[in-house]
Write a protein that binds this ligand. Structure first.
Ligand code: IMP
Ligand code: MG
Length: 175
């Protein structure tokens, strides 16, 4: 038996991504937003979203890493920054999951200094229960419970990102 339980099937995910794409298409009609993919986890969601918005897309990629040891959640580090011009642009940050909210809050503060016309967050999943800083996504694929999830880009120790569904890890010690 697999050590995970499926929470969202591929069909459920694809249906929801299409809805989000339609919503963004409506909201950004006649605009040309800059989509920023938060690597690595958001890569799968990002590639689905950009193919479901029917507007011209500019894209860039950012990778942040946070040091966490024990309960002390540490500093953020920029591993790969975006290179696109941000000033005056309508930015949509695409993230796999909002957990404590620290990654997005840190990244948004950096972005604001570059004077975009607007910033919105599009998150595939949201663990609202876990929030530690005051940040909300504008587009949310699914609210999920406070469990560790894998698949659809999300990993456990760099495994399972390729699974087309979202699953809850049952026994992390067995991975
Ligand atoms: P935050 O800064 O605490 O909001 O952390 C967000 C990041 O933590 C996400 O982009 C994920 O990479 C990672 N993360 C949080 N929860 C999970 C999970 O359940 N599975 C896999 N990665 C997770
Ligand atoms: Mg991530």
């Amino acid at each position: 038996m697999e050590n995970y339980r499926i929470l969202l099937t591929e069909e459920q995910i694809q249906k929801r991504v299409k809805e989000l794409g339609e919503q963004i298409t409506k909201d950004y009609k006649d605009k040309h937003p800059l989509f920023i993919c938060m690597l690595k986890g958001a890569i799968v969601f990002f590639s689905d979203i950009i193919r479901n918005v029917k507007i011209p897309v500019e894209m860039d990629f950012a990778r942040l890493s946070s040091y966490r040891n024990g309960t002390v959640s540490g500093e953020m580090q920029m591993i790969n920054d975006i290179t696109a011009e941000v000033k005056g642009k309508d930015v949509i940050i695409v993230e796999d999951i909002v957990d404590s909210g620290k990654t997005l809050s840190y990244f948004c503060e950096l972005l604001k200094k570059k004077e975009p016309a607007s910033i919105k967050i599009c998150a595939f999943s949201d663990k609202k229960e876990r929030r530690e800083v005051d940040i909300e996504a504008d587009y949310v694929g699914f609210d999920i419970p406070n469990v560790f999830v894998i698949g659809y880009g999300l990993d456990y120790a760099e495994k399972y990102r390729e699974l087309p569904f979202l699953a809850e890890v049952l026994d992390p010690s067995k991975i």
